[in-house]
Design a protein around this ligand. Structure first.
Ligand SMILES: NC(=O)c1ccc[n+]([C@@H]2O[C@H](COP(=O)([O-])OP(=O)(O)OC[C@H]3O[C@@H](n4cnc5c(N)ncnc54)[C@H](OP(=O)(O)O)[C@@H]3O)[C@@H](O)[C@H]2O)c1
Length: 349
């Protein structure tokens, strides 16, 4: 049986209330309880780490007799493990719910399997209802579960001849206003913006997301990696969020800690050293290269050593989009995966 009209409406509402929860370490999840005749009895959502999950929040608003034979509509598969809260699958079984409709499977190794548990207990379970909308809502969280770390975008601006700065280290501004406005919009979509100490000392960037002089509503947390001290009067210290400083060079450790803070999307805007370190470590899920029609020559290449000594070791990318931005061109690229092919691999050189 597919979802009924009442269940479809309930899922739309569950997706709506899910948004009230915080975005971060835990997924935003919403739930609705329907009576056997399809009447909406209660809704619930997850308010963050350590608080009741959405299903339990909704269940708690009703008397036991209202729950027997009811239908629970949830945006994510009810979980199957005991963390800081008990397993939601068991809570639904104990409540005597007859049917559960959910949107997305729980990708967690420990938390998944709720659907199986409920089916084994005799509950009628339906999955996939409005899965696309649920995926749009918690896609970043799902990516973090899949990667085991936040998603990383590495961005740089370069001259047509592949330089990130002039010989004296000045790089403001290689690209034009359209490209810079695009960078600010993308900064605002990230949870953290990461640079190396080299960039802080050379450019004193504010690391805010702006529209002209105005701050955009969402600001990424500024993160500085490197052992050198950031000056007391550095612009980054006036950022709306307190900057995070990591003195080591261990990128995995930094990403792990950012994940613990609920960071899902990282925007790396460091100079060539940090960008190269992320690429070399295989930690660049997306590359944004803003290419400007200017020649700089000299030694300051956009990337330095990324561990490629022979062409066979090249980091091959797929460009998903070439985006013209005024006089500049943005390549939005990601690593080529083993299943994908490029025309470069076909035919003779
Ligand atoms: N065109 C662009 O898009 C763009 C963007 C930003 C900057 N820039 C230009 O780039 C230049 C600065 O370049 P940069 O390469 O020095 O900047 P950077 O990459 O931001 O900083 C490099 C520093 O980061 C630290 N670091 C942190 N993690 C590291 C790791 N895993 N491996 C190695 N080092 C790590 C090291 O500092 P410690 O020694 O302190 O540990 C290193 O010297 C400036 O001229 C600036 O204008 C251009």
């Amino acid at each position: 049986m597919t979802a009924t009209a009442a269940e479809r409406a309930a899922m739309a509402h569950a997706l709506e209330v899910a948004r009230r929860g915080p975005r971060g370490l835990n997924p935003q999840v919403g739930a609705v309880i329907l009576s056997p005749s399809g009447e909406m009895l209660a809704d619930g959502w997850h308010r963050g780490s350590g608080t009741p999950h959405a299903e339990v929040d909704a269940l708690s608003k009703l008397a036991p007799e209202q729950l027997r034979g009811a239908t629970a509509v949830v945006t994510l598969e009810p979980c199957n493990h005991t963390g800081r809260t008990g397993p939601c699958a068991q809570a639904l079984i104990d409540a005597g719910v007859a049917r559960v409709v959910y949107a997305l499977d729980d990708p967690g190794v420990v938390s998944g399997g709720g659907a199986e548990r409920m089916r084994a207990a005799g509950i009628d379970v339906e999955s996939g209802e409005q899965a696309d909308a649920a995926e749009a809502l918690i896609g970043d969280w799902l990516t973090v579960q899949r990667l085991g770390r936040p998603h990383v975008t590495v961005k740089w601006a370069q001259s047509l001849d592949g330089r990130a700065a002039a010989a004296d280290g000045s790089s403001q501004w290689i690209t034009g206003p359209e490209a810079r406005a695009d960078v600010h919009r993308r900064r605002a979509a990230a949870d953290a913006i990461v640079v190396g100490t080299g960039t802080v000392l050379a450019d004193d960037p504010a690391l805010t997301a702006r529209d002209g002089d105005a701050l955009l509503p969402h600001q990424p947390i500024p993160v500085v990696i490197g052992s050198r001290t950031t000056p007391a009067d550095a612009a980054v210290r006036r950022h709306p969020h307190a900057p995070l400083f990591y003195s080591g060079h261990e990128l995995d450790a930094v990403l792990a800690e950012l994940r613990e803070r609920g960071v899902q999307r990282v925007f790396v805007e460091g100079g060539p050293t940090l960008a190269s370190a992320f690429v070399a470590a295989g930690l660049a899920d997306q590359v944004l290269a803003y290419v400007a029609p200017v020649l700089l020559g000299g030694p300051r290449l956009a990337l330095t050593d990324i561990g490629v000594t022979s062409i066979d070791e090249a980091h091959r990318l797929v460009v998903d989009e070439w985006l013209p931005l005024g006089p500049d061109l943005l390549a939005i690229a990601r690593p080529l995966t083993s299943g994908e092919n490029t025309s470069r691999n076909e035919g003779d050189a």
